[in-house]
Design a protein around this ligand. Structure first.
Ligand SMILES: [Mn+2]
Length: 308
């Protein structure tokens, strides 16, 4: 059986505490459990103080068969940051803007930009699948979206890993690959009607909102928007057309990270759970796991966490 772990963002101390709490032990440099395996939901890097150790713990577990992992948007961005743009040789697939540098600087400092360790970590990031569809549940960093999952197949191999030749298109705004990867790893964003906008965590002005994509029924923009609490009043109560959200079929549970949740961990619905509880947040969040025991309906009592 599996223990699923949410976004770590360089908080190796919290990761070790959480593994210990779930009875994993470090033996010969690898954290392991005699009966259980971990599934990491991505976002190992950026923000936190021990990013190298975090990647090493997760990678050792994956490479020794003690864990599986999917790619987070921060791993995708790390690869795109370091990959020259074939169309503009002096540029990179992820532009080296002030804003992007600020988001990635802690990792680059800790790993040493261009070092052997850096290149080795990028190789591992590239090897991570975009999603897992296991017999009993599904895993994706941000959004399980049937249309985009279908369209991403032409850009991935038989283990759901982005093909080497698909990275360029995946980073090129407007392409089919970009739309698919963006939705799976960053969630389903929709434009606000009229000239509405809000400010994100970094105080950047945004005209697209992240959605609670798993919801169904008659919803307004405010119902489905995932924005900082102080901004919610800026989102209008105008109805959203029903076809915009994919909903979720509930065939089996799906686990995601990505959404910087707060408060007491609990499932989002019977079949959907987010395990990102903001361990790297400014006000000290939690690193959260879900101990899966084969259940069809997710239970709040299976969440485990440690404080940052
Ligand atoms: Mn994320």
């Amino acid at each position: 059986m599996y223990d699923l772990i949410g976004d770590i963002h360089g908080h190796a101390r919290a990761l070790k505490a959480l593994l210990t709490k779930m009875d994993y032990q470090e033996t010969n440099g690898v954290w392991q459990h005699s009966e259980r395996e971990v599934i990491f939901l991505g976002d190992f890097v950026d923000r936190g103080p021990e990013q190298i150790e975090t990647v090493q713990i997760a990678r050792n577990m994956v490479e020794s068969g003690n864990a599986l992992a999917v790619m987070g948007n921060h791993e995708f961005n790390a690869v795109a940051w370091a990959t020259p743009d074939p169309r503009n040789p002096s540029e990179y697939l992820r532009p080296h803007t002030e804003k992007n540098l600020k988001q990635h600087e802690a990792f680059l400092d800790q790993v040493g930009e261009g070092s052997r360790l850096h290149l080795s970590m990028l190789e591992w990031f590239k090897s991570l699948p975009l999603y897992l569809d296991l017999p009993e549940f599904r895993v994706v960093h941000a959004c399980w979206h049937p249309t985009y999952l279908e369209s991403v197949k032409q850009f991935t191999d038989d283990r759901n890993r982005l093909l080497p030749e698909a990275w360029e298109a995946s980073a090129r705004k407007g392409s089919e690959a970009y739309g698919a990867v963006e939705t799976l790893l960053k969630g389903l964003e929709i434009p606000l009607p009229g000239d509405h906008y809000f400010l994100d965590k970094e105080k950047n002005k945004r005209t697209d909102v992240r959605t609670k994509w798993w919801q169904t029924g008659n919803l307004t923009y405010r119902d489905l928007a995932m924005v900082p609490g102080s901004e919610i009043e800026k989102i209008p109560h105008e109805p959203v057309e029903a076809h915009i959200l994919p909903g979720y079929d509930g065939e089996k549970p799906v686990f995601v990270g990505h959404y910087w949740m707060k408060g007491e961990p609990a499932p989002l619905s019977e079949h959907v759970a987010c395990l990102d509880y903001s361990v790297a947040g400014d006000h000290g969040g939690k690193l959260c796991a879900y101990q899966f025991g084969g259940e069809r309906c997710l239970s709040a009592s299976n969440f485990v966490w440690v404080h940052a």
